[in-house]
Write a protein that binds this ligand. Structure first.
Ligand code: SAH
Length: 357
């Protein structure tokens, strides 16, 4: 099978051009077509010689994935269920609001972290995505935009744990942030992690320019060990230490995410403990009311409980934002669309069967 073009590093393509007696500026032309002009095929690149286009098409697959489902909701959210060349499935999302065009991309097929409330990890992880597969999601979503729309933000909050696939992710983000790439400034790119300390350190040292979001979901190890099983071998203290280090290196305010689960982590006591955990840090708390996953026993807290929780943390001096739910009707929470589709095709798996773990 021909090689995937997007898996080629920018320098590798220059070498290829050189080997094929093509001038180096062809690489810039192709980049422009892909990133700025949103080309959909080699043949769209009309200022490349026809012979070169044919040669490129013979040697490289420009796209490797197929959209198997495309859902649109009234609020402008578009969610894609994607099938990869090896038939693995991932999801990615385009979110629209008044001023922003945000894409949410995946880094792995499935997830190994095992957060008990999340649909993405219910069957564990299959594999890491390649750099090209991560980049291809961004280009695919970019092509959904209208001619006057421009991509403004990227969140790495789709399926998978981004910090378990830094090798795939960082070169992709390089191209997404590069002025000759998608030109999204690094401060508009957020990487969300369950909190893997050695990888947080590596990210700080290699690419501390992105925003980091840490998924907490609990104010102490006892509860976090239950909700986020990988925490048992890590512990909150080392995660907070690495988050502080990241802040020192990046100078960017940290985000902490907290999925609010009714009757589990949403009491006033939890709120107070969370506030003292975050106290003294330049931090934003992003509270995400649980987006129900069919078959899982968790519930979205009612409005009153949500408000009370937010108020307590706010009163302690922490900045709090509630993440508005978008695309709810189209299963836009991570992993839900893939799961719903899998269940339709495999009715012998009862909804919410988590026998995979
Ligand atoms: N693995 C990374 C990124 C993935 S998901 C991480 O853990 O941060 C991005 C956020 O969505 C995480 O905070 C995750 O816990 C949260 N999330 C997962 N399932 C959810 C659901 N059903 N409702 C609300 N938030 C959810």
């Amino acid at each position: 099978m021909p090689a995937a073009f997007l898996d080629l590093g920018p320098d590798e393509f220059r070498v290829w051009l050189d080997d094929h007696r093509q001038p180096g500026f062809r690489a810039d032309q192709v980049r422009r077509w892909l990133f700025a002009r949103r080309a959909g095929a080699w043949d769209d690149m009309t200022d490349l010689p026809k012979a070169l286009r044919t040669q490129l098409a013979d040697e490289f697959r420009l796209w490797t994935m197929q959209t198997v489902r495309h859902q649109q909701s009234e609020d402008g959210t578009e969610k894609l269920l994607i099938e990869l060349a090896d038939r693995g499935q991932i999801e990615c999302v385009l979110l629209r609001d008044a001023t922003r065009r945000t894409i949410c991309i995946s880094t792995q097929v499935g997830c190994a972290m095992g957060c008990v409330f999340c649909a993405s990890g219910l069957n564990g992880v299959d594999r890491n995505l390649s750099t090209g597969e991560i980049l291809e999601q961004a280009l695919l979503l970019n092509r959904l935009l209208g001619p006057e729309e421009r991509l403004s933000h990227v969140v790495v909050m789709g399926m998978g744990e981004p910090l378990a696939n830094l090798d795939g992710l960082l070169p992709a983000l390089n191209q997404i942030s590069h002025p000759d790439g998608l030109a999204i400034s690094a401060r508009r790119i957020t990487i969300s992690t369950v909190g893997l300390p050695p990888a947080m350190r590596r990210l700080a040292d290699q690419s501390g320019r992105y925003r980091l979001a840490v998924s907490l979901h609990a104010p102490d190890d006892e509860l976090r060990n239950e909700l986020v099983p990988v925490n048992r071998n890590i512990g909150l203290q080392s995660i907070m230490d690495e988050a502080d280090h990241y802040f020192q290196v990046s100078g960017r305010r940290l985000t902490f995410e907290y999925v609010l689960l009714g009757g589990v982590n949403d009491s006033p006591r939890h709120a107070r403990r969370l506030a003292s955990l975050l106290a003294g840090r330049e931090a934003l708390l992003n509270v995400i009311p649980y987006n129900p996953v069919a078959g899982l026993p968790y519930q979205t807290p009612d409005e009153t409980a949500q408000r009370a929780f937010g108020q307590i943390v706010r009163q302690a001096g922490i900045r709090v934002k509630f993440r508005h739910r978008k695309g709810e009707k189209i299963d836009a929470a991570c992993g839900q669309l893939r799961r719903a589709s899998f269940q339709q095709q495999n009715p012998e798996f009862p909804e919410g069967d988590s026998s995979g773990r």
